[in-house]
Write a protein that binds this ligand. Structure first.
Ligand SMILES: Cc1cc2nc3c(=O)[nH]c(=O)nc-3n(C[C@H](O)[C@H](O)[C@H](O)COP(=O)(O)O)c2cc1C
Length: 198
């Protein structure tokens, strides 16, 4: 057991779909947690999702095991089929969704905290079990989202470790997502790294 005064709060990585002013759905991965009966989302500014949430006050949390949606959001591929079901905006690949309504907000210059109540919840497909390659893709997504913040040798060495799970357990979707992310790391290196990583 980890000795700590801090109560641990599990974070689940989901796809948040908000509605833009022109009516188009906006897809973005976010980590969400439950706090005091609310769902907490904390977007860094600036954020299209944040703008949409403050204007519409309603959004849909999608769970999906298609990790291409996560990798796609970081590599300019957000063109996934989204269906409307009442107020819900639902990914074609969604396992489940929750329609959430903004109840309160703690303002912050960098990262406000938004608290939501669930107003509708549906399960569409069954959970197929944990897949290590999917977890590896989500982890690489997080690293890619921090390419400009982390040392590149740390990213490369973590990527090499994550690659083991890809080689052992990936299916087609996980391989495709992985390739998009590796390409993003390569492009970053080509632009910003020295000869060592050419
Ligand atoms: C697994 C995962 C979790 C993320 N969680 C957050 C988060 O909690 N807050 C945040 O601001 N961005 C998070 N991001 C990054 C956002 O998805 C990304 O910046 C996104 O484009 C949001 O900006 P937008 O609302 O302008 O689209 C996460 C990305 C990934 C891959």
């Amino acid at each position: 057991m980890i000795a700590s005064d801090k109560t641990s709060e599990k974070i689940n990585e989901i796809i948040l779909i908000t509605e833009c002013a022109n009516g188009t759905p906006h897809i973005a991965p976010f980590g969400v947690r439950e706090r005091n009966g609310f769902i907490l989302i904390a977007p860094f500014k600036p954020s299209i999702s944040l703008d949409n949430l403050l204007r519409e006050r309603i959004a849909t949390i999608n769970t999906t095991d298609d990790v291409r949606v996560f990798a796609g959001a970081l590599t300019g591929r957000r063109d996934w089929l989204v269906e409307r079901s009442g107020e819900a905006l639902v990914l074609e690949s969604a396992l489940s969704y929750k329609v959430i309504n903004l109840e309160k907000m703690e303002e912050d210059e960098q990262r406000p905290k938004l608290y939501f109540k669930v107003i509708q919840e549906e399960t569409l497909k069954s959970f197929q079990g944990y897949n290590r390659a999917q977890a590896a893709v989500v982890d690489l997504c997080v690293l890619v989202s921090r390419l400009h913040l982390l040392p590149i040798d740390k990213i490369i060495s973590e990527m090499e470790y994550l690659r083991i799970a890809i080689e052992k357990t990936a299916g087609d979707n996980e391989l495709e997502a992985w390739e998009w992310l590796v390409e993003a790391v390569d492009n970053h290196c080509a632009q910003f790294c020295g000869d060592n990583f050419a």
